[in-house]
Design a protein around this ligand. Structure first.
Ligand SMILES: O=C(O)c1ccccc1N[C@@H]1O[C@H](COP(=O)(O)O)[C@@H](O)[C@H]1O
Length: 200
């Protein structure tokens, strides 16, 4: 079954939503973003999270020392590196790493070959932005995905389009932030629908 990550949790309400709906992973953004949380806030939210839900910290070109400090402080399970981190950078951590790749077209998939990592996250290339844009990839243009790598599909997924994306690309996991928000906050109904569409 395709795993699900709900990214960009910022409030105690959000923790209540995911504890009920049980995605496999939830994400906390430590990079510059409208969803950015401090390590203290993230730790506090994580303390209220059901133990079976894995935690992912999202970082963009942060120093190794700072990522290590936040990961240990919040006891993160996975580090999602969403900037220009190079292949040697990702070997610095004891946690599992998901490296993000911003994809313009099928040629963008060549970047994955340079990295050996636990997960390969594909996000839509948007000029001047690192992620969380809500912009959708052209999935048919990048199909079929490399079968020898765990791919996490991200970028503009919504409760309406996720089923089609999974059918076309069969990723290991799907990752959503903007598509399950209303007025800038996580929306219970949208998260419920997103998870139902993936798992049915
Ligand atoms: O969510 C953010 O604000 C963010 C900021 C900087 C880097 C990554 C970010 N989020 C990740 O972006 C993708 C796509 O999100 P969306 O569904 O298109 O909004 C996803 O992997 C988020 O984890």
């Amino acid at each position: 079954m395709t795993a699900i990550k709900i990214c960009g949790l910022t409030r105690e309400e959000d923790i209540g939503y995911v504890n009920q709906l049980k995605p496999d992973y939830v994400g906390f953004v430590f990079a510059e973003s409208k969803r950015k949380v401090t390590k203290e806030k993230a730790k506090n939210l994580i303390q209220g999270l059901e133990k079976q839900i894995k935690t992912v910290g999202v970082f963009v070109n942060t120093s190794i020392e700072e990522v290590k400090e936040i990961a240990a402080y919040c006891d993160l399970d996975i580090l999602q590196l969403h900037g220009e981190e190079n292949p040697s950078y990702i070997n610095a951590f004891s946690q599992k790493v998901w490296k993000s790749f911003r994809i313009k077209n099928v040629d963008g998939l060549k970047q994955l070959e340079k990295y050996t990592t636990e997960g390969y996250l594909l996000d839509t290339y948007v000029e001047g932005a690192y992620g969380g844009t809500g912009k959708t990839l052209d999935w048919t243009a990048i199909a079929p995905l490399p079968q020898n790598k765990p791919i996490i599909l991200a970028g503009g997924l919504t409760p309406e389009n996720v089923e089609g994306a999974v059918k076309i690309l069969r990723p290991y996991a799907v990752d959503v932030s903007s598509g399950v928000e209303s007025s800038g906050y996580k929306d219970y109904e949208k998260i419920e629908k997103f998870i139902r569409k993936v798992r049915r």
